[in-house]
Design a protein around this ligand. Structure first.
Ligand code: TUI
Length: 314
C-alpha cells in the first residue's frame, strides 16, 4: 500500500491526480478517476459558469468521493468560474497557466484546498506564502501549455523551496515514473496523457487513435515564439503552425490560427485542423483501459519499483 501526506490532505486513497485537460476532462472522466481512488479533475477550460456548475453537479451524481476542478487562468471566464467553485464548495481547485493569488481568500473561505500548477520555483514560493495547500510542479514533458524546465530538474527544486506537499507532473504514465517522482521528493503525481485513452474519457475517437499510434518522437512544441508554448502531436496543423512561426508570423496571426484548434481535435476529431495536445509519454500509451485499471496499474507498478529500488545497493 502507498499512502502519502497528499492522501490525508485531500481525502483520496491513492496519490494520483488526473490532469485537468481542457475540452477533455469532464464529469465522466473525473468521477471515474475519483471512484478509482485518485483525484478526478473537471477542466473549466474556456467554458462559462453554467457549464461548469452543471458538470460539478453531474460529477456529484456519479461519485461520493473527493474531486477537483481545474481553472485555466487565461480563460475569459476565469472570474465567474472562480465564483462557481466557491459556491459549489468543490473540495479541490487546481489552477493552471497563471497566478491564482487574487482568488485565494474567496476559495479558502469556502474551505477549498487550492493546489496551483507551477513551472517555476519562484511561483511555487509565492503561492505557498498566499496559502496554497500543495503545489503541482509541472515539467516541460507534459502536454498542452508547458514551461521551460523538465520534471526531473523542476520537482526537486520545488520540493526544496516549499514546505507544502509537491505533486509531480509531466512525463508520468506508468508506475516506474511515479516511483521516480517519489524519489525526487514528490508525494503524488498528476497524470494526463494516459487518461486520454481511458474508457470513460469522452474525447474523440480520432484523438485516442492518434495517441495510441504515437511514439517517443511524436510530440512537438508550438508557440515558443509568442510565449505560449504548447506540446502537441506532430500533425498537419501543428507543423503548419511551426512553419508560420519560423516565417515570422505575428502573435495576432498565430492566435487566429490557433483559436478553436484544441476543440477541433478533442470534440470533432479533426486531424487536419486540430491541436492534439499530449505529453512526451504518448509513446508509452498503448491500450485503452478503464480509469480504474489505469490507476491500479500505476499503483502496482510504483509499489514494485519502490520495493526494487535498493537492488543496486552494495
Ligand atoms: O495549464 C496547463 N496546461 C494547459 S492549459 C491548456 S488550454 C490552452 N488552450 C489553448 C492554448 C493554450 C492553452 C492546455 N494545457 N498546465 C499548467 C501549467 N501552468 N503549466 C505551466 C503553468 C504556469 C505557467 C505560468 C503557471 C503559472 C504561470 O505563471 C505566470 C504568471 O502569471 O506568473
Amino acid at each position: 500500500m502507498i499512502k502519502t501526506p497528499l492522501c490525508d490532505l485531500t481525502g483520496i486513497e491513492k496519490p494520483i491526480f488526473q490532469g485537468g485537460m481542457a475540452w477533455i476532462a469532464d464529469a465522466s472522466l473525473a468521477a471515474a478517476v475519483s471512484n478509482a481512488g485518485g483525484l478526478g479533475i473537471i477542466s473549466a477550460m474556456n467554458a462559462n459558469a453554467d457549464w461548469l456548475r452543471n458538470e460539478i453537479r453531474d460529477c456529484r451524481t456519479r461519485t461520493a468521493k473527493p474531486f477537483g476542478v481545474n481553472i485555466m487562468l487565461q480563460s475569459p471566464f476565469a472570474d465567474e468560474v472562480a465564483q462557481v467553485v466557491a459556491e459549489e464548495k468543490v473540495p479541490v481547485v487546481v489552477t493552471g497557466a497563471g497566478n491564482p493569488s487574487k482568488y485565494m481568500k474567496t476559495w479558502q473561505a469556502a474551505g477549498i484546498k487550492v493546489i496551483p500548477v507551477v513551472s517555476s520555483v519562484a511561483l511555487a514560493r509565492l503561492l505557498e506564502r498566499v496559502g496554497a495547500s500543495a503545489i503541482v510542479a509541472e515539467g516541460g514533458e507534459s502536454g498542452g501549455h508547458v514551461g521551460d524546465v523538465s520534471t526531473m530538474a523542476l520537482v526537486p527544486q520545488v520540493v526544496d523551496a516549499v514546505k507544502i506537499p509537491v505533486i509531480a507532473a509531466g512525463g508520468i504514465a506508468d508506475g516506474r515514473q511515479m516511483a521516480a517522482a517519489f524519489m525526487l521528493g514528490a508525494c503524488g503525481v498528476q497524470v494526463g496523457t494516459r487518461f486520454l485513452v481511458a474508457n470513460e474519457c469522452t474525447v474523440s475517437d480520432e484523438y485516442k487513435k492518434r495517441v495510441l499510434k504515437a511514439n517517443d518522437l511524436s510530440t512537438i512544441v508550438t508557440g515558443r515564439s509568442i510565449n505560449g508554448a504548447v506540446r502537441c502531436l506532430k500533425t498537419p496543423f501543428s507543423q503548419k503552425f511551426l512553419r508560420a512561426e519560423k516565417e515570422g508570423a505575428t502573435a495576432e496571426e498565430l492566435g487566429k490560427m490557433g483559436a478553436g484548434s484544441l476543440r477541433k481535435a478533442a470534440k470533432d476529431g479533426n486531424y487536419e485542423e486540430g491541436s492534439f495536445m499530449c505529453g512526451e509519454v504518448a509513446g508509452m500509451v498503448k491500450k485503452e483501459q478503464s480509469a480504474a485499471e489505469i490507476v491500479d496499474d500505476l499503483m502496482q507498478g510504483c509499489e514494485e519499483a519502490l520495493k526494487g529500488a535498493t537492488k543496486w545497493l552494495a
